[in-house]
Write a protein that binds this ligand. Structure first.
Ligand code: B3K
Ligand code: ZN
Length: 883
């Protein structure tokens, strides 16, 4: 491809260029004649000029890709070839009247669709994925979220596809000639094309019912392949809980007569919120105790809730353009996090949500693809379904709630939903609803939407014993990110408490008198530097800052080890109690990393071992929390503290700490392990989940000792475990050990589960994530395994994705890991650019590594870039990384 052509195809879209649509579509009447190789799509649009734009008679642009155009008629008459233009991306013409009916017939080939966007086949069934720009792979249409239309969809298909589904309510069905039949669906709610969905297949239906708060009965349906019909109970329960929660927490009631979930095996992401017809990756639907782990169960609950919540935050109120993606995603992630906090335990849920942010989103903010929560430009929008838009976006919503309080926030969301129901709006509209409902000014706060990068707070403290005052001085800054060299100070909620030397909380009274009386309060930072003085403080306290992680920032504060130990033992804020331990461990491990690099012998501080022992033996009520408190900071989180990342030294130092703890505390670990065995049959309540995670945490430490007894213990748990959580925990330990039980266990697991693709994903992932030195060789062999299929995104993520996240093996100094991932990116890009683009992100932080690794990674990026016909997805990430 020549450079000119590539620039054409890979052009940057800017938020500042947004123009409202010139033409609106009121109704869409679709008819699909399904055929695996040649599906005919007839579309009848009622179109009218959007006079509001005041731009006269403008061309009507309908996006379309890989379509064969058969018919194009305006008001019943074929449009003369000279009147319209078609190219690879669009069809356009200038209509002759301000209102007309357009009829289009196109033909598409679902069987050739390996990108898995538009209409494609999965396990022999038809399904669709239209967000962000997949509808244009189905028919010519103004495929932009600010064109909202009422859809009626008729699906005609051979009866070997007995189930025919689309959005809305079923309005007709019947037989046709030649063994075919049809179904017609009507969706009364205007929606953008990205929310369109169609399913046709031989599927089992699991049914249930929900009565809404206004006593309307709703039919609930989950459709799965027949052999999976016994694995839907948890997804169905999660759905009913989500529906109830959204009524109670946000006053949102479901609006159609039926709600449907369909599970498909080939899916680029987790799930999709199509109106009334959510399509799910089967990973987020199917579960039975013997097939799914506790974290699979939680994943299902979270994703079912997330997609259901989109019915209001996304479908009823949608995005004006794709720059506003966080309007629906950040808000909906926040909603699903709140839901999970209510369903499980708020502290533990917060810890795991923050882990995603600190271990992964901060890296995004620190790399060449860093972008604001509301990006201002993109080449390929699919590259912006990121942790920044989703998870940092959720933090931005959470901060508004922290600033306005729960009641003020609810007033804001009520106003937002009532003001914008049926509209396509912007993040500014969301913030305006918050401002108007609470009579506040959030102008400075909105910088969270437009400035990229992770802000840093440096905190110093001083205590005046004579005056009894304690002053915290907080400076904020934000490092430069691509296109944003200088940052303005942000409006940051900093939740704090002060602990006395005995661990008790102090009453907080600011000298300004602005806030007082409680034991925890939210300071509002707005300036580059500001000081807060507390009065009536009898002795120097220990500060507990950023409680419940009140803002997505990094905090620098020179706490002593003793102060951290005090917080670990006494901070009533669960998140900070956990974090004090993490910061203590991070400090020690990073010192050991330095020792590894300097070739010094390693030794672990006894006080740390004692603190760990106390946590281990503390018999906390919340065992999930206890398990988290015993975990070491992630390698990716530790890497964030290093100027030049040394993945081998991080791995070695962290492992040394874990091994030392295991060796010194072998007996107490064994005691915790045996004391927390499941007393009765498997249950998935919070208490049982907590017990299993604590027990398996102890076993994971013990397994590092690589002694025969522990291998036996793992093998016993592996063989005897009646649930996947225990089986998998044991197998992971074995897979990281050279012991002779390893291969047998892997073979046995394969033998038992080879016909279940989701479990095979676990089998692939465990082997690809193994720390053993021959892992790359194993992964290469597994590429040719009959259970592997490079066209299936779950398999690719399990085998290739897990290897790319295996820091110590991916970053092998030889560069072999880099070369392997580059080869896979190139191969996968030809089939499925979205999946390839996710994989290539493993290279984006290349400049943070040592010179040798830098040049090896850069070499692979250049190799990828020189591949002919690279997708714009991969092209965008690689070119931005190489700048
Ligand atoms: N909205 C979809 C994601 C679509 C991704 C397109 N590349 C799922 C979700 O966030 O709920
Ligand atoms: Zn979403």
């Amino acid at each position: 491809m020549d450079d000119h052509r590539r620039t054409e195809l890979h052009k940057t879209v800017y938020l500042k260029d947004y123009q409202p649509p010139d033409w609106l579509v009121d109704t869409v009447d679709l008819r699909f004649d399904l055929d695996e190789k040649a599906t005919t799509v007839r579309s009848i649009l009622t179109v009218r000029s959007n006079h509001d734009t005041g731009r006269g008679m403008r061309p009507f642009v309908l996006n379309g890709r890989r379509l064969t155009l058969n018919v194009l008629k305006q008001d019943g008459r074929p449009l003369d070839k000279a009147r319209y233009r078609v190219d690879d991306e669009a069809l356009s013409f200038t209509p002759s009247s301000a209102k007309f009916v357009l009829e289009i017939e196109t033909v598409i080939d679902p069987s050739a669709n390996t990108e898995l966007t538009g209409l494609y086949l999965s396990s022999g069934n038809f399904c669709t994925q239209c967000e962000a720009e997949g509808f244009r792979r189905i028919t010519y249409y103004p495929d932009r979220p600010d064109v909202l239309a009422r859809f009626t969809t008729t699906i005609a298909a051979n009866k070997k596809y007995p189930v025919l589904l689309s959005n809305g309510n079923l309005t007709g069905s019947g037989d046709l000639v030649d063994g075919r039949h049809f179904a017609t669906w009507h969706d009364p709610f205007p929606k953008p094309a990205y929310l369109f969905a169609l399913i046709a297949g031989d599927l089992a239906r699991v049914q249930d019912r929900f009565t809404t708060m206004s006593r309307r009965p709703i039919d609930l349906n989950i459709f799965v392949q027949h052999h999976n019909r016994d694995k839907c109970t948890h997804a169905m329960e999660s759905l009913k809980q989500s529906m109830k929660w959204d009524e109670e927490a946000y006053g949102r009631e479901y609006d159609l007569d039926t709600f449907m979930i369909v599970a498909v095996d080939d899916f680029n992401m987790g799930a999709m919120e199509n109106k009334g017809l959510n399509v799910f990756n089967s990973k987020y639907v199917l579960a039975r105790p013997e097939t799914a782990t506790d974290s699979d169960y939680q994943g299902i609950m979270g994703v079912v809730a997330h997609e259901y919540f989109h019915n209001w935050s996304g479908d009823r109120v949608t995005c004006r353009d794709w720059f506003q993606l966080s309007l629906k995603e950040g808000f909906t992630v926040f909603r699903d996090q709140q839901f999970m906090e209510d369903m499980t335990s708020p502290g533990v849920q917060r810890i795991s949500d923050v882990a995603v942010l600190r271990n992964s989103q901060f890296r995004e903010d620190a790399g060449p693809m860093a972008h604001p929560v509301r990006p201002d430009s993109y080449v390929e929008i699919n590259n912006f379904y990121t942790l920044t838009v989703y998870n940092k976006g959720a933090e931005v919503i959470r901060m508004m709630r922290t600033l306005l309080g729960p009641a003020g926030f609810r007033k804001g969301t009520d106003l937002y939903f009532s003001r914008h129901d049926g509209q396509a709006v912007t993040t500014d509209d969301f913030v305006r609803a918050m401002e108007d409902a609470n009579s506040v000014d959030l102008a400075q706060f909105k910088l969270w939407y437009s400035q990229a990068g992770t802000p840093e707070l440096s905190v110093t403290r001083s205590y005046d014993a004579n005056a009894g005052t304690y002053t915290l001085t907080v400076s904020q800054s934000c490092p430069p990110t691509p296109g944003q060299p200088d940052k303005k100070p942000m409006h940051i909620p900093l939740a704090i408490g002060l602990l006395g030397k005995n661990g008790g909380e102090l009453d907080l009274k600011l000298d300004s008198g602005s806030k007082e009386g409680s034991k925890s309060l939210v300071l509002e930072l707005r300036k580059p530097q500001e000081s807060f003085t507390f009065v009536d403080i009898p002795a120097e306290p220990v500060p507990s800052l950023l409680r419940h992680f009140s803002a997505p920032v990094k905090v620098k504060l020179d706490l002593t080890d003793e102060e951290r130990l005090l917080l670990m033992a006494h901070d009533p804020d669960e998140f900070n109690r956990w974090d004090a331990g993490q910061q203590y461990a991070a400090k020690l491990i990073l010192e050991l990393v330095q020792d590894v690099q300097d070739g010094k012998p390693l030794a672990l501080d006894n006080r740390f071992i004692d603190a760990f022992r106390i946590t281990l033996e503390s018999g906390m009520k919340d065992k999930s929390f206890q398990a988290f408190a015993l975990s070491m900071p992630a390698e990716t989180y530790l890497a964030d503290f290093m100027e030049i990342i040394d993945p081998s030294a991080i791995h070695e130092a962290r492992r040394f700490v874990q091994e030392t703890l295991a060796a010194v505390l072998k007996q107490p670990l064994l005691a915790v392990y045996s004391a927390h065995q499941d007393p009765g049959p498997y249950r998935i309540d919070q208490e049982s989940i907590g017990r299993r995670s604590l027990k398996n945490m102890a076993l994971a430490y013990l397994s590092l000792l690589e002694d025969g007894d522990v291998c036996d213990l793992c093998l016993r748990q592996f063989r005897g475990g009646g649930n996947m959580t225990d089986v998998l925990a044991a197998l992971i330990n074995l897979a990281n050990n050279e012991c002779h039980e390893r291969d047998d266990a892997l073979a046995m697991f394969y033998g038992t589960w080879k016909s279940d693709p989701l479990i095979m994903d676990k089998w692939f992932a465990i082997q690809a994530a193994s720390r053993l030195s021959n892992t790359l060789g194993t992964v290469k062999k597994l590429l040719h395994h009959p259970a592997f299929n490079i066209k299936n995104p779950n398999r690719v993520r399990a085998l290739i994705g897990s290897f790319a996240s295996n820091a110590v093996r991916f970053h092998d100094p030889s560069g072999a890991g880099y070369a392997f991932i580059a080869e896979q990116v190139i191969a996968i890009d030809a089939m499925n650019p979205q999946i390839a683009a996710r994989l290539v992100s493993a290279f984006t932080l290349w400049k943070r590594y040592d010179a040798k690794r830098q040049s090896l990674m850069r070499g692979q990026l250049e190799r990828i870039l020189s591949t002919p016909s690279l997708s714009k997805d991969v092209h965008e990430i690689v070119t931005k990384s190489l700048v």
